[in-house]
Ligand binder design. Sequence first.
Ligand code: GRF
Length: 193
Amino acid sequence: ARVVVMISGSGSNMVALAKAAAEPGFPAEIVGVISDKRAAGGLAKAEAVGLPTAALERRDFDSKAAHEAAVLETLERFAPDLICLAGYMRLLSGAFIQRYEGRILNIHPSLLPLYPGLHTHARAIEAGEAEAGCTVHFVTEGMDEGPAILQARVPVLPGDTPETLAARVLVEEHRIYPKALALVAEGAVRMPR
Ligand code: GRF
C-alpha cells in the first residue's frame, strides 16, 4: 500500500513509520510526507531518509478551504492508498475525510475515548490516573473519536510531569503505529461500517 504521512512538527512518528516500512516484507511504503508547517523538523528528517516532501504552509493560503484544496491536490499527486496523520495538528474537513473514507489513520497520545483533544498528559496527571497511553485510530469527522485500531498503556509514575509521561508514551507510539499501519495495509483490520 502507498502511504502518505502528514506532519506538523518533529515527525518522530513519521520516522518510526518510515523505518518500519523500509523493512523487507512490510506491507506498505511511505511515498511522501506532507507538512502544514514549513519549519516542521520532520521535513528535514524525511528528506534525510530520501522521502519526497511537500510543505503547504497554512498562512500562504487565504482560507482553510484553499489550504485544504492544495493539500488534497498534493495528495492526489502521491496517489496514496492510506494516509497516516502523525502529529498533524489540523482538523480535516468532512469532504477531505469522505474522500479517503476509512483510509486515514491517526495517533493520539491518550487511551481514547479518554482525553481527546490537547494537553492529554497534563490532564491525565491532573486527574490522578494510574495509567496513560496512546491510540491509533481511524479518522472520522469528529475529533479523536474514530474506531481504535491499537492502543498501548504505560504507568503514570509518582512525580511524573507532562514531559516525562509524554516521553514514556512516545516510545509506545513508535511501537504501535507501524503495527497498526501494517494491520490496515494487509487488510487484517478495516474501519467498521
Ligand atoms: C506525539 O505525542 C503524537 O502523539 C502527537 O504529536 C506528538 C508529536 O509527534 N500526535 P511527532 O514527534 O511529531 O510524531
